[in-house]
Ligand binder design. Structure first.
Ligand SMILES: NC(=O)c1ccc[n+]([C@@H]2O[C@H](COP(=O)([O-])OP(=O)(O)OC[C@H]3O[C@@H](n4cnc5c(N)ncnc54)[C@H](OP(=O)(O)O)[C@@H]3O)[C@@H](O)[C@H]2O)c1
Length: 251
């Protein structure tokens, strides 16, 4: 078994997942970097992470069989899993007043599967390893949309709200086994995927949604996740951390 702690980060090739991998590596974690399709970006990330036994693991997290194989591979390779960060996710736009019913059903099912079922499947699988260790931390990346409604993406808002609730349930269910569970709820964060949507919504208007007058950076979410996964949070579990510059309170 490796001596250094191990963090499995999903969606590690880009955006918030990538930033979490970087911050956790700086904090001394070895990174098991999950990706679905962006192999080249993931290999670049491993180089950027520098020394340490960082490794890429391909799996579509919505595919339960692939998720199970991946968790088995990570556990066998390192002999331990100390942290799971569920960052893979996607905002899916929906228009209740204009779309057709078939599309509506497809979007609901795809959105809930990726943003709620898949992270909980991984939590189930990884918790088996953590229970054996009697320690571990699970961080689920949710969204400001869980609190304030998503009129153009109701399934996304519902999925992230469900993920907040599921995080609290798992914190209660797993606390006695030494496992801490958190939800981190970003607002607009300047990732490659979100930036075009921020531009379309009007950069200044989006920045003004926060009393801090700016948009969040992926590294700020990564550093928060690394803090949650540090030794300084022994009495913190079941918390939903608002990481959106109070923008959800303001609007
Ligand atoms: N950016 C924001 O403003 C913002 C705000 C609130 C919450 N969030 C949440 O933060 C998380 C990351 O968002 P982001 O902006 O960083 O997005 P991003 O840059 O698009 O990253 C999402 C990552 O998830 C991966 N992914 C998607 N589906 C997957 C699947 N089925 N299996 C494995 N990996 C999959 C993608 O990899 P592939 O491309 O290879 O599939 C991609 O690397 C998401 O959960 C999102 O809902 C973001």
């Amino acid at each position: 078994m490796t001596q250094k702690k191990v963090a499995l980060v999903t969606g590690a090739a880009s955006g918030i997942g990538r930033a979490c991998a970087i911050s956790l590596a700086r904090s001394g974690y070895q990174i098991a970097a999950n990706y679905r399709s962006r192999e080249a970006e993931t290999l670049e990330l491993l180089t950027e992470l520098g020394p340490g036994e960082h490794k890429a693991f391909r799996a579509d997290v919505t595919n339960a069989a692939q998720a199970e194989v991946m968790v088995g591979q990570v556990a066998r390779h390192y002999g331990r899993i100390d942290v799971l960060v569920n960052a893979a996710g996607q905002f899916i736009r929906q228009d209740i007043s204009a779309g057709d019913f078939g599309q509506w059903q497809q979007d609901w099912s795809q959105c809930l599967h990726l943003n709620l079922t898949a992270p909980m499947n991984l939590a189930f699988l990884v918790s088996k390893v953590m229970i054996q260790q009697q320690s571990g931390k699970i961080v689920n990346i949710t969204s400001r949309g869980a609190f304030r409604g998503e009129p153009n993406a109701p399934a996304y808002g519902a999925a992230k709200s469900g993920l907040n609730s599921a995080s609290q349930s798992l914190a209660l269910a797993l606390g006695s086994q030494g496992i801490h569970v958190y939800a981190v709820a970003p607002g607009w964060t300047e990732t490659p995927t979100a930036s075009p949507r921020i531009r379309a919504a009007g950069w200044e208007d989006v920045a003004a949604q926060s009393p801090l007058g700016r948009i969040g950076q992926p590294s700020e979410i990564g550093d928060l996740v690394a803090y949650l996964c540090s030794d300084n949070t022994a009495y913190l579990t079941g918390a939903i951390i608002d990481a959106n510059g109070a923008s959800y309170l303001r609007n």
